[in-house]
Design a protein around this ligand. Structure first.
Ligand code: NAD
Length: 435
């Protein structure tokens, strides 16, 4: 066995300096909103301290045998932020930019997200610092299985339930489920969600996040007394969330003026034909080269004259630098963390109605919850049932957050945080402190 010298991108600690100093630090971004919401709720100081701290942080090393016979060692994280309301729920990402700070922030976000839509889960997140684009399929499988076995004590349908995230998919979930089941000596489907439908996945899961975005956008338009039919939409990101949001919004009669991906954006003032655009991406991987539209940049898309903007690609795309130029009346945050705290202030001053990520993209985790329920009951629902139950939860959650925001005279983001913190805090009070 040869032990390879760690390459720079595999260092055990990744002090990503810029990320920690700027307005884009994910943990700071989450905490600044949490602090303000906690203050508005007059949260008692003891509970404030408890809810500000992750319950469990696991750091593991993940040695894998490369196809060429060398051994590489990656770092893996799993953070359980809070499990007072139920098993921890949160995705696993494989990416070179994974840091402990980011995983902590995302685990906290999952805690608030599950509480906003009132599903009985806490929040977690995990990641392995690696570059899956340089790995063969067998290497990816070995990383997945070794990481799963390294964190196996925390996993389980009653304790911690992973899901796909950046660069992981249903294939990876199948390997995690198999590894866990082999250790337990029996099949445990409910240990992960986002699995293939053939092995206990849920119908409607693939479209759930985009469907949720469409549902809350419709609620927001109604609330602002803007017509749904004919309202003009721009969508950044044309992957799972962006393309499904665009397609379902188009089906509601909304006009999708522009969409974009890594390769840039396309714009048509008369509205794009989303089915054709999806077909183009299926054939050519990217949007570039699509005929019936003008080319625009991602920056232009964000500041387009439209009614609804759906950032559904990356975090930190709406910052204090471009927030003043946003012309949309509604922003539906399909992505996690697309807006910085600095931008929030500017958007609020300009009267932009932001449907925050922890509400807007919670459709995905809601149907993950449905998947877990179906696995545990061993009885599977048809797609119509899944969609109806999702709609009921998204509409109710939107109305509850809007109610909270209205009562306290605050924006939807702080309203969502207050709703979530109040629910988590209430359970802590009922359970008391085991000291
Ligand atoms: P995806 O990988 O399917 O799609 C991402 C899209 O973003 C692609 O079209 C890609 O080309 C585009 N993109 C990448 N870099 C870009 C750049 N620099 N500029 C513009 N576009 C760029 O991912 P997804 O599942 O659609 O997730 C998108 C976002 O939604 C992420 O923030 C994710 O965390 C969040 N989210 C996803 C789900 C889900 O169920 N998939 C649930 C909740 C939140």
């Amino acid at each position: 066995m040869t032990i390879a010298t760690p390459r720079p991108n595999q260092d055990l600690i990744r002090p990503d300096k810029d990320k920690f100093l700027s307005e884009e630090n994910p943990f700071e971004a989450m905490m600044s909103r949490f602090d303000y919401a906690a203050q508005r709720l007059s949260l008692d100081p003891g509970l404030y301290k408890v809810l500000r701290s992750p319950e469990k942080q696991i750091i593991v090393s993940v040695p894998i045998l490369r196809d060429n016979g060398e051994t590489d060692v990656y770092v893996g994280y799993r953070v359980l932020y809070n499990t007072s309301r139920g098993p921890a729920k949160g995705g696993i990402r494989f990416d070179l930019n994974v840091t402990l700070d980011e995983v902590k922030a995302l685990a906290a976000w999952m805690t608030w997200k599950c509480a906003v839509v009132n599903i009985p889960f806490g929040g977690s997140k995990g990641g392995v610092v690696c570059d899956p684009s340089t790995m063969s399929n067998p290497e990816l499988e070995r990383v997945t299985r070794r990481y799963t076995s390294a964190i196996i004590e925390t996993l389980g349908p009653d304790s911690d339930v992973p899901a796909p995230d950046m660069n992981t998919n249903e294939r990876v979930m199948a390997w995690i489920m198999d590894t866990y089941s082999m250790h337990k000596r029996h099949t445990v489907t409910a240990v992960v969600t986002g699995k293939p439908v053939e092995m206990g996945g849920s119908l409607g899961r693939r479209e759930a996040t985009g469907r949720g975005c469409m549902l809350v956008t419709r609620q927001a338009l109604n609330r602002l007394r803007m017509p749904v039919h004919g309202s003009r939409v721009a969508v950044q990101g044309f992957g799972n969330v962006g393309s499904v949001s665009a397609m379902l919004m188009e089906q509601q009669g909304m006009k999708i003026l522009a969409v974009s991906d890594k390769s840039g954006g396309i714009y048509n003032s008369k509205g794009l034909k989303i089915k054709e655009v999806i077909q183009h991406v299926r054939q050519h991987r990217f949007l570039s080269g699509y005929g019936e539209a003008e080319q625009i940049t991602n920056d232009q898309l964000l500041t387009l004259d439209c009614d609804v903007l759906v950032p559904a690609a990356l975090e930190n795309v709406i910052t204090s630098h471009n927030a003043a130029d946003i012309k949309a009346r509604i922003i539906c945050e399909g992505a996690n963390g697309p807006t910085t705290a600095g931008a929030d202030k500017i958007l609020e001053e300009n009267g932009v109605f932001v449907i925050p990520d922890i509400l807007a993209n919670a459709g995905g985790v809601t149907v993950s919850y449905f998947e877990w329920v179906q696995d545990r009951g061993g009885y599977f629902w048809d797609e119509e049932t899944v969609n109806q139950r999702l709609e009921r939860i998204m509409v109710q959650s939107f109305d509850e957050v809007a109610g909270m925001a209205g009562r306290h005279g605050i924006n939807m983001r702080i309203g969502a945080y207050m709703q979530a913190i109040e629910r988590v805090a209430a359970v802590h009070r009922l359970r008391g402190m085991y000291a």
